[in-house]
Design a protein around this ligand. Structure first.
Ligand code: ADP
Ligand code: NI
Length: 217
């Protein structure tokens, strides 16, 4: 099978698997991450098949939507890629990307590093910030029944993975707990550059949000 055929079959598989996904983690998130990753890869010498497959499969079965199961994503992706007879070293690399891409509160040490992981992780982080990031955060917050904002619940920066996962804080807190931290955690120079404008837009948005919250003229 050619690389192109592998990618086309993977696209069909991902679209199928994510048919009922929440709006912030649906096929369109995957498609945006793939495009951003390919843009970043232009300046980061990397294996493009791995960048593209990693982007396509990175959220194939997120533990958030699978009762906290943290291995199901890697298992699903590996089983699928093996069914296409994809080279075992590629299958394993994709598994490591899926296992290490998530933020999890920001205090979990990765057990793997590669240029391809760096590129896909930057792309995923870029889609978490800016105008789209704002839309995704509120969609996810609504999906799991969070308040928009609650001035009596302060954000908690630097949570452990367990605290981060069990948090039920309002969506605005997520900006302080994760989204505003991402620009300083980009792996690549291109990713860092692309994060700037998106970051500024979130700050503008939050200023306006609090003005309106306080009933300012
Ligand atoms: P993680 O935070 O474990 O890396 P994801 O990368 O899948 O998980 O999160 C993707 C997106 O889902 C976030 O950027 C955000 O848009 C949304 N999201 C996740 N957790 C929250 C939350 N507590 N409040 C609002 N949005 C959230
Ligand atoms: Ni993602």
């Amino acid at each position: 099978m050619t690389d192109q055929e592998i990618i086309e079959k993977t696209i069909d598989f991902v679209k199928q698997e994510l048919q009922t996904a929440e709006g912030g983690h649906d096929w369109w998130h995957i498609e945006r991450v793939r495009k951003i990753a390919l843009t970043i890869a232009k300046t980061e010498p990397s294996n493009l098949l791995i960048v593209e497959l990693g982007s396509l499969l990175h959220d194939i079965a997120d533990s958030k939507f699978n009762n906290g199961n943290e291995t199901i994503g890697v298992e699903k992706a590996s089983t699928f890629l093996r069914s296409l007879s994809v080279n075992e070293s590629v299958v394993e690399h994709i598994g490591r990307i899926i296992a290490n891409i998530s933020f999890k509160g920001g205090n979990v040490k990765p057990d793997f590093c590669s240029t391809e992981l760096a590129v896909v992780q930057d792309a995923d982080r870029l889609d978490a910030i800016g105008a789209i990031g704002i839309a995704r955060a509120f969609n996810y917050g609504g999906y799991i029944g969070r308040e928009l904002y609650n001035p009596t619940i302060a954000p908690m920066v630097g949570m452990t993975k367990a605290q981060y996962k069990s948090s039920s804080a309002p969506t605005i807190n997520h900006f302080y707990e994760k989204l505003l931290l991402l620009k300083d955690r980009m792996n690549t120079a291109t990713g860092r550059k692309m994060a700037e404008q998106r970051h500024q837009f979130m700050e503008l948005y939050l200023n306006q949000f609090f003005k309106e919250w306080d009933g300012a003229e």
